[in-house]
Ligand binder design. Structure first.
Ligand SMILES: [Zn+2]
Ligand SMILES: [Zn+2]
Length: 394
């Protein structure tokens, strides 16, 4: 049981219940990236319950809403993501997904509920500036944030803040860090083309599978031999597709993978190394090789000043000793990074551990402690207050 903290004073039982209903409703009706039509309509409906008008259809299924005085010299952005995952839910929860093969298994249902909760708190306040609520589609796939930026979501913003539920931490803890907290993600596709032939007469063919196997093994030396061991990095080949049957040499092989890195220097060495090896494999095995990098994701890099605002807000919501550091950067990616390329900001993590039996994020048994809804809503609201005070003191 958590002791009475700042968030409990900001979020009463009635508001908490409102958010919990929203979370459960959204949890039951998950939609995939860029298909969040019902989700968007529901968010607009809840905003209008609060007397806040909204703009749907941003980047397809995104929603933006603003509150505060029409004339003001600052605007702050608060972001929640909206999409679910292609997972069959096995939590057995009474409010489990009712859509086959779709599940909110990353906590985005909670993020939407807490941002709506923050809107409910903030609309009653006498704001000196404007707050833009950004509900963004397609965080999981498709880089929805990039499209939101293209459609003007961060236009005029002085800062942007976001948070992600993280069940590695107990409810009542938050992590706030400056610098890189989520990795650069460079997905890649490699296409190798040889020529087909009889499995028993390899000298008449050019085997793309042997070339692919050689390349996959060689790629593993990129991290171990070319990157500073103090700079975390990963090269994973997650998909290999080649061949039709056991006795025909495969003409083509396709490899899909991702490079994750947390230092610009490591990233550049890995990309150069990958290109060199793909080029080299064609002369080594007499196949042709093509390399593509679709959907690059920048690293999430929190600015020091925004992290300070995030920390002050967290201190008002949970006690100071419950503000943690996540330690080294995660090797996971987060498209919040696209906002941070344009505007100062900070992404934090909200602890929400339920029990040891609950699966991790992106698993079919994922769940989180709903008490985090109050913490998240209170933190978003406090961020706005901390930001406006910071500006006054500048
Ligand atoms: Zn996720
Ligand atoms: Zn997520």
């Amino acid at each position: 049981m958590l002791k009475e903290s700042g968030y409990q004073q900001m979020v009463g039982a009635e508001l908490f219940e409102w958010m919990r209903k929203i979370r459960r409703h959204l949890h039951q009706s998950p939609e995939l990236s860029f298909q969040e039509f019902k989700t968007a309509a529901y968010i607009c409906e809840k905003l209008s319950e609060l007397g806040i008008s909204s703009q749907p259809g941003v980047a397809g299924t995104g929603v933006i809403a603003e509150i505060g005085p029409a004339e003001s010299d600052w605007i702050i952005g608060l972001r929640a993501d909206m999409d679910s995952l292609p997972i069959v839910e096995r939590t057995g929860l009474p409010f489990a997904s009712t859509v086959a093969g779709r599940m909110h298994a990353c906590g985005h249902d909670g993020h939407m509920a807490m941002l709506l909760g923050a809107a409910a708190i903030l609309r009653k306040m006498d704001l000196t500036g404007r707050v833009r609520f950004i509900f963004q589609p397609a965080e999981e796939s498709g880089n929805g944030a990039e499209k939101m930026v293209e459609e003007g979501a961060v236009e005029g913003l002085d800062a942007i803040f976001g948070g992600h539920i993280d069940t590695h931490y107990c409810t009542g803890n938050m992590t706030v860090d400056e610098g890189i907290i989520c990795a650069y993600a460079d997905p890649f596709t490699i296409r190798l083309k040889g020529s087909s032939g009889h499995a028993a007469r390899p000298h008449e063919a050019k085997d793309s599978i042997v070339a692919a196997a050689g390349l996959i093994t060689a790629l593993q030396s990129l991290v171990s031999r070319e990157v500073d061991p103090n700079q975390a990095a990963v090269v994973t080949v997650g998909r290999v597709q080649a061949g039709e049957t056991h006795n025909v040499i495969a003409e083509e092989a396709t490899l899909e993978g991702t490079i994750r890195s947390t230092h610009p220097e490591a990233r550049s060495r890995l990309l150069t190394g990958l290109e060199r090896m793909v080029l080299g494999i064609s002369s080594l095995y007499a196949v042709t090789a093509e390399l593509e990098f679709p959907d690059f994701l920048p690293a999430v890099c929190n600015s020091a000043s925004a992290a300070e605002v995030a920390r002050k807000a967290a201190a008002a919501v949970i006690s100071k000793e419950n503000i943690l550091s996540q330690g080294p950067s995660s090797l996971g990616g987060e498209d919040f990074s696209f906002y941070l390329q344009r505007v100062n900001g900070c992404l934090v993590r909200f602890g929400a551990n339920v029990s040891a039996e609950t699966g991790p994020a992106h698993s079919s048994t994922f769940d989180f402690d709903e008490a985090v809804l109050a913490i998240g809503a209170a933190w978003y609201a406090q961020v706005v207050l901390a930001f406006s005070q910071e500006r006054v003191s500048l």
